[in-house]
Ligand binder design. Structure first.
Ligand code: SF4
Length: 176
């Protein structure tokens, strides 16, 4: 059984602060109601946001942000149609894999949301040393807030004893 329709449409995304413009999102209609799958996605993916009431779940798959709703899936951060086709295949494979393995996955029904960048930034070293590859601590905080980066990217947090308490607080904060 297919969960998603084979065709999809590509829509322009607003990306006025993104140097990689133009960017697109793929919109794929579902063949079935996807809402029963969301608690399993909530347990098995890198969740950025989950609202069981709406319902909508947003997760990160590689470079793409994926929003799953009852009737559709949107895949963001695409540069062209070919990337859209590849990303759509990856998302479809993931959804079908989770659907097949539902009996092995403990579903999570509670809402989830990664903390906002400024809340994360409070606990980063705030030295803007650049060791994480970002131009500033705030830039890494923004990526952590949307699951685009890992906390381990900030080496000072792990290597300097003075930051160990902040690291522990951040690990708790990001565990969501
Ligand atoms: S490595 Fe850590 S301290 Fe250095 S810029 Fe990145 S977030 Fe800031």
């Amino acid at each position: 059984m297919s969960l998603l329709r084979s065709d999809f449409r590509l829509e322009p995304s607003s990306c006025y602060v993104d140097a990689r413009c133009p960017r697109y999102k793929a919109v794929v209609q579902a063949e079935v109601d996807l809402s029963p799958l969301l608690p399993y996605l909530n347990a098995a993916t890198r969740v950025v946001y989950y609202d069981p009431e709406e319902p909508v779940l947003i997760f990160r798959l590689g470079p793409h942000k994926v929003a799953v709703r009852r009737n559709s899936v949107q895949i963001a951060d695409l540069s062209d149609l070919e990337e859209g086709r590849q990303a759509k295949k990856e998302v479809e494979d993931l959804l079908e894999d989770i659907f097949r393995r539902k009996d092995e996955i403990e579903p999570r029904f509670e809402p989830r949301r990664l903390p906002p960048a400024l809340e994360i930034y409070r606990f980063l070293p705030q030295t803007n040393c650049g060791l994480c590859g970002e131009p500033s601590c705030l830039a890494l905080a923004a990526k952590l807030s949307s699951a685009e980066a890992e906390l381990e990217a900030c080496r000072p947090l792990y290597e300097e004893p003075a930051f160990s308490e902040k690291r522990r607080l951040l690990e708790d904060l990001l565990k969501n």
